[in-house]
Write a protein that binds this ligand. Structure first.
Ligand code: F6R
Length: 586
């Protein structure tokens, strides 16, 4: 999604803003812009492309001024064009804004403002904030009051930072993240601590419905009714600063390679929370488990494991579906919400709905300062460090590790998660990429790939399909093995590849039979297994482990395959087209 940033201080704003935007580029990245103030004049530069491309072309970081705002855009309203990139100045150019979120009533606000003579230069919903704020400021001549009037008219969800001609910054938060950084020589306002972590680790996490005004006097925080609000300063973990690729060509490869460590660390700092969650689940009447994308696939694994080993039923629900079937969640239930970012709008909406029916929220989340963590009564931290590559990799295995730890406790040790053993097995798979690289070359020209798995391996097949789609843009579909003959077999011919997830467990023989049926139709078979078979055109070997634990390791070769196929296809694995890391809009 979009990133917003503002700086007010002694230093030159533009280079600080550009650096902050680069660190937050993972959130959204089709266009970039910066506005600064010098001598009561606002200058704006913006364009389509990545931060470094736009910076090289327009020299954003050479703009003058000690106050500024910046933005990376992920288009929602209006095409990817220079005009639609942020910052958006008001008609008069006396205010400029950067915005993250969606203004639902922008159409009516825009036509009202147009009737009053305001001119709009973009197709975005965001530009309405600039002109509405200008209209209100011209009426009341006071920044705080103008902000209060403006937010009282906006419907939707947003975080925005506005820069006034006199160099004052003002910001508002409503259901989109906005964090204030307090440095020695300046203040920051940013969608993510990554925007300012190099400069300061002192942060204030604004609540929904709060406004900030930053001027020569200092920083003032109010609620939307104008009442001053006091906040504690939080020390942000320095691990957030560790967002460089190091020797790796891409963040995605770095994050895949970190998994031998992250599966051990997962949930390590939340042992007490894991105990409490287990206790709550054991005594719950109804349990639901929700997430989006990869996090939903982890939720599916939880359903299988808790049912099979602990005889506890948890109903998985795709977060974005909860709104359309809110009665699915019985009153006074438990909702386990799984999310890497803790900011996915769909997940937060599901949580909101569940809370209205008096359900308790348990979160498995990576970002402990996120909205989800704040909304939950018990929080288990994935503890896998920042994940920058848009495709979820290490966060998935961290989620699974936590789900296994809960399962182990729920079933009083009937399965044992030996994290060291898992870590060694993952390290073994990661030791040599050569075979996977060769297979990736064959995927360059294909247009369809299917992934088959039975039982608990089906969610891994679904997750594999998601990784292949995102990173390679090849049509990919996860299929529960037994469903093959109920339709998908019609698609099998010599043009397709099929990945068979087939560890040597209770699903092995049935899945091998499916592989033979597919092979008979001419498709190429890639087998992921600890046991070779003549049916595989390519066998990717995984180590033999305790049969309950295969899902934790069998996804690794497919993450690598998706990564190397992306390289073969010359797509950017870190920033797949049209996608953003945290999907904070519905
Ligand atoms: C897949 C991916 C997305 C996310 C989904 C949920 O690789 O990254 O499908 O898993 O947007 O995000 P979180 O877990 O942050 O709620």
């Amino acid at each position: 999604m979009c990133s917003i940033i503002g700086y007010y201080g002694d230093g030159l704003a533009a280079p600080i803003l550009v650096k902050g935007l680069k660190r937050m580029e993972y959130r959204g990245y089709d266009s970039v812009g910066v506005a600064t103030e010098t001598g009561n004049e606002i200058s704006v530069k913006k364009g389509v492309g990545k931060v470094s491309e736009v910076n090289n072309a327009l020299h954003l970081d050479a703009m003058l001024g000690n106050v500024g705002i910046g933005h990376t855009r992920w288009a929602t309203h209006g095409n990817v064009t220079d005009a639609n990139a942020h910052p958006h100045p008001s008609s008069s150019g006396k205010i400029a804004i950067v915005h993250n979120g969606i203004i639902d009533n922008y159409g009516e606000l825009k036509s009202d403002l147009e009737k009053r003579g305001y001119v709009f230069k973009s197709q975005t919903d965001s530009e309405v904030i600039a002109n509405l704020l200008q209209f209100n400021f011209d009426e009341v001549h006071d920044i705080k009051s103008a902000m209060m009037r403006t937010v009282s008219k906006l419907k939707g969800h947003y975080a925005f930072v506005a820069m006034f001609q006199n160099g004052t910054l003002a910001a508002a938060r409503y259901h989109e993240p906005l964090i204030v950084g307090i440095g020695k020589n300046g203040y920051f306002m940013s969608s993510d601590v990554l925007g300012f972590i190099e400069k300061t680790d002192d942060a204030i996490y604004l609540d929904n419905g709060e406004l900030v005004v930053l001027d020569q006097v200092g920083i003032h925080i109010f609620n939307f009714e104008g009442i001053p609000v006091k906040h504690q300063i939080t020390k942000v973990s320095k691990e957030f600063a560790d967002v460089y690729k190091g020797d790796y060509a891409h963040f995605t490869l770095k994050e895949i390679s970190e998994q031998p460590e992250t599966v051990i660390q997962a949930g390590e700092k939340s042992k007490a929370a894991i105990d409490s969650v287990t206790d709550v689940l054991k005594h719950a009447k109804n349990i639901y488990i929700t997430g989006s994308g990869t996090s939903y696939n982890a939720a599916l694994v939880a359903k299988y494991l808790w049912q099979k080993y602990a005889k506890i039923k948890a109903e998985p629900i795709i977060s974005s579906e909860v709104f359309f079937a809110p009665d699915t969640i019985e009153p006074n239930s438990i909702l386990v919400a799984v999310s890497q970012s803790g900011e996915s709008a769909d997940v937060l909406e599901a949580v909101n709905i569940a809370k209205k029916s008096n359900s308790k929220i348990l979160a498995i989340v990576n970002t402990l300062t996120s909205s989800l963590a704040q909304e939950s009564s018990l929080v288990i931290g994935m503890n896998c460090g920042p994940e920058i590559g848009v495709a979820a990799t290490k966060s998935f295995t961290a989620q699974l590790s936590i789900i296994y730890k809960i399962t182990e406790k729920l079933c009083d040790g009937c399965i044992k998660l030996d994290s060291r053993k898992i870590s060694e097995s993952i390290a073994k798979i990661l030791e040599d990429h050569s075979k996977i690289k060769e297979i990736a070359k064959e995927l360059r020209e294909i247009s369809d790939i299917y992934i088959l798995g039975r039982g608990v391996h089906y969610p891994i097949a679904a997750e594999s399909a998601l990784k292949l789609k995102e990173l390679t843009y090849i049509h990919a579909e996860g299929i529960p093995g037994g469903e093959l003959k109920h339709g998908p077999l019609a698609l099998m011919d010599s043009s397709v590849y099929v990945i068979i997830i087939n560890p040597n467990d209770f699903t092995y023989n049935d899945t091998l039979t499916s592989a033979r049926e597919i092979k008979a139709r001419g498709a190429k078979i890639i087998g992921i297994s600890d046991k070779p078979s003549d049916v595989y055109d390519h066998w990717i070997e995984i180590p033999a482990i305790d049969e309950a634990l295969y899902p934790l390791i069998e996804i690794i070769p497919i993450q690598l395959l998706a990564y190397y196929a992306a390289i073969e296809k010359d797509t950017d694995p870190d920033y797949p087209r049209n996608l953003a890391k945290s999907v904070t809009v519905k």
